[in-house]
Design a protein around this ligand. Structure first.
Ligand code: GLU
Length: 512
C-alpha cells in the first residue's frame, strides 16, 4: 500500500509555524516512503472563514519548498481539494449513520442548549455536554415520535445531525507517537456532524475525505488528539474500519520561556515572527511579521522547524530538504512539547548565510547597497560578503559590517584611538604610504609580504602599525583582516584614507 498523507488546514487565519511544521512532517514522511503528499483546504466552517487565508497557506508552503502532489491548485485524482466544493457529498454519509442508528437529528435551539448547560452546571453532574446522559432530555429524534421528527424536517425547522456516542465503551486510538490512547466513551459528547446550514462539521468532512482520498497516515498536531476517538468511531460506524489510517499526533511547539503553547502573543512580546510570511489581518488591518520578510532563508526556517520535535539521533543539525527526507522517521518524533528558541532560529539563518554562494547573497545585498547610494560589481560584492558574513545573521545586517568598503570613515573610534594611536603612529603610516607605491599587483599576498618587509626594515612590531592602519581604513578597531580590506579598497583609496586619519588625528590621536 503506497503512502498517502495530507495537510488539511482550515483557512481561519494565517498559518502558524506549528502548522508549517505539521505540513513539513507530512511532506517528509511522504517523500521518504515515495508516497503522495496532498493539500486539502478544510473550509466548511463559514463563520470562521478568513478571506485570503487559503492563498496565504499555499504561498507559505511554496516559499518553504513544501510542495504538494495534489491540491486545490494542482488538482489530482480525488478533486476537488477544497471542502466547500465537495459540499454535496457529505450529507449521504450523515444519513447513512442515522439509518444505522449511529446518529440522530437534533432540533434544540441555542436557548435550549444554553438552558441545558446552565442546569447541569448548577446540578454539578459532571460535564455539561450533550451526551449519553443528557440526550434523552433534549429535542431530538431519539426522544420525539417519528412522525413529529418528519413533520419538523419537512417544515424546514433548523436541525443538526449528531453522532450517538456509545455508552460504556473504551475507544482505543493507536498512535504512532503516543502508542495506545484509551478513552472511556462516557467522556465523549455527541458532536454535531452536520450543521443546520447544510455543511458538514470538521469531524465528518475530515473523516469522509481522508477515506475517499485514501489517506494512509494522519499526521497532525496534538490539539486534535481529543477528537481522534470520535474519528475512530466514525470509521467503525461508516464501515471503514479496514481502511482507517494510522494516526500520529505531533507534540506542541512551546513558548521560549515558561510553559504552554507558542502563540502569536509570545512572538509580539519577545520579538520574533510566528508566521512564515507577513500577514495583514483583513478586518483589523493589523500586520504580523513573517519569517520571509524578517530576512530568513526558507531553507533555514524549514531546517529549524524540522528539528522542533524530531531528532535525527545524531549530532547533525544542518540538513538540506533531501537529507531531511532521507533521515526523517516518525519513530524519532518526541512525545513531549518542543520548546521554540528564537536565538536558535537566528543561528540557523547564520549557518545558511555562511554556506550560500556569496554571489547569490550579493544579488540580495545589492538592493541595500543601492539604498545607500552605491553600486558595485557582483564579483566585488561577493568578495566583501565573504569577508564579513561570519559577523551577521541576516542579509540586511551586512551593510553595517561592510559600509566602510564603500564610504571612508566619517569619524574615528575615540576609545580605540586613545588606546592605540601613539605619537609615532602618523609618521609610520606616512612612511607606509610611500612603500605602497611598490606593491604590484595590489593583492593580499603581495600586501602581506610588503607589510612584513616594512616592519622588518623599520624594526617595528605589528602592534605599532596595524591598529593605526585599521583605524584609517575602518574608523574603528573592528572588521576583517586588514590586508583583505586593503586589497578590496585598492591602493589609491588606502593612501587617501591614511592621509585622512593622519590629518584628523595628528600626533595626539584626538580628532581635530
Ligand atoms: N482542519 C483541521 C485543522 O485546521 C485539520 C486537522 C487534521 O489534520 O485532521 O488543523
Amino acid at each position: 500500500m503506497s503512502v498517502r498523507v495530507r495537510f488539511a488546514p482550515s483557512p481561519t487565519g494565517p498559518l502558524h509555524m506549528g502548522g508549517v511544521r505539521t505540513a513539513l512532517y507530512n511532506y517528509l514522511f511522504a517523500k521518504k516512503h515515495h508516497g503522495v503528499f496532498l493539500l486539502r483546504i478544510e473550509d466548511t466552517d463559514q463563520n470562521r472563514f478568513v478571506p485570503g487565508a487559503g492563498e496565504y497557506i499555499m504561498e507559505s508552503l511554496k516559499w518553504c519548498g513544501i510542495n504538494h502532489d495534489e491540491g486545490p491548485d494542482t488538482g489530482g485524482p480525488y478533486s476537488p481539494y477544497l471542502q466547500s466544493e465537495r459540499k454535496a457529498l457529505y450529507k449521504d454519509y450523515a444519513l447513512q449513520l442515522i439509518g444505522d442508528g449511529h446518529a440522530y437529528y437534533a432540533f434544540d435551539t441555542p436557548a435550549e442548549l444554553e438552558a441545558m448547560r446552565k442546569r447541569l452546571e448548577t446540578e454539578k453532574s459532571g460535564n455539561p455536554q450533550y451526551d449519553c446522559q443528557t440526550r434523552m432530555h433534549m429535542n431530538n429524534s431519539l426522544t420525539l415520535p417519528p412522525d413529529e421528527v418528519k413533520r419538523r424536517i419537512d417544515a424546514g425547522e433548523a436541525h443538526v445531525i449528531r453522532i450517538k456516542i456509545p455508552e460504556g465503551q473504551e475507544v482505543v486510538v493507536n498512535d504512532l507517537i503516543r502508542d495506545q490512547v484509551r478513552v472511556d466513551s462516557r467522556l465523549l459528547d455527541d458532536k454535531v456532524l452536520f450543521k443546520s446550514d447544510g455543511m458538514p462539521t470538521y469531524h465528518l468532512a475530515n473523516v469522509v475525505d481522508d477515506y475517499l482520498m485514501k489517506i494512509t497516515h494522519v499526521i497532525r498536531g496534538e490539539e486534535w488528539l481529543p477528537s481522534a476517538p470520535l474519528h475512530v468511531l466514525l470509521y467503525r460506524y461508516l464501515g471503514w474500519k479496514e481502511s482507517m489510517p494510522e494516526f500520529a499526533h505531533l507534540p506542541l511547539l512551546l513558548k521560549p520561556d515558561g510553559h504552554g503553547k507558542l502563540s502569536k502573543r509570545d512572538g509580539d512580546r519577545l520579538g520574533f515572527p510566528v508566521f512564515p510570511l507577513e500577514w495583514k489581518d483583513p478586518s483589523s488591518g493589523e500586520i504580523s511579521p513573517g519569517y520571509r520578510e524578517s530576512g530568513y532563508f526558507p531553507e533555514a526556517f524549514v531546517n529549524m522547524l524540522a528539528l522542533l520535535g524530531w531528532n535525527p539521533g545524531t549530532e547533525q543539525e544542518i540538513f538540506t530538504m533531501k537529507e531531511l527526507t532521507e533521515a526523517f522517521s516518525l519513530e524519532r518524533v518526541g512525545k513531549s512539547g518542543a520548546r521554540f528558541d528564537p536565538d536558535k532560529a537566528k543561528w540557523f539563518n547564520h549557518q545558511y548565510l555562511q554556506q550560500k554562494d556569496p554571489e547569490d547573497i550579493a544579488a540580495l545585498f545589492i538592493e541595500q547597497l543601492k539604498k545607500h547610494g552605491h553600486q558595485a560589481s557582483g564579483k566585488k560584492l561577493a568578495r566583501i560578503i565573504s569577508l564579513v558574513r561570519d559577523r551577521v545573521n541576516f542579509v540586511d545586517e551586512i551593510w553595517d559590517q561592510a559600509a566602510f568598503f564603500f564610504e571612508p570613515p566619517e569619524s574615528y573610534d575615540e576609545k580605540f584611538a586613545k588606546k592605540k594611536w601613539k605619537a609615532g603612529t602618523p609618521d609610520i603610516l606616512l612612511q607606509l604610504v610611500e612603500m605602497l607605491r611598490d606593491i604590484e599587483p595590489f593583492d593580499t599576498g603581495h600586501i602581506e609580504k610588503a607589510l612584513h618587509a616594512f616592519m622588518e626594515e623599520k624594526e617595528i612590531g605589528a602592534g605599532q602599525i596595524m591598529p593605526g592602519l585599521r583605524l584609517a581604513l575602518v574608523g574603528a578597531g573592528r572588521g576583517p583582516d586588514v590586508k583583505e580590506i586593503m586589497s578590496v579598497l585598492g591602493k589609491d583609496e588606502v593612501k587617501r584614507r591614511i592621509q585622512r586619519v593622519v590629518d584628523r588625528l595628528g600626533k595626539n590621536g584626538r580628532s581635530s
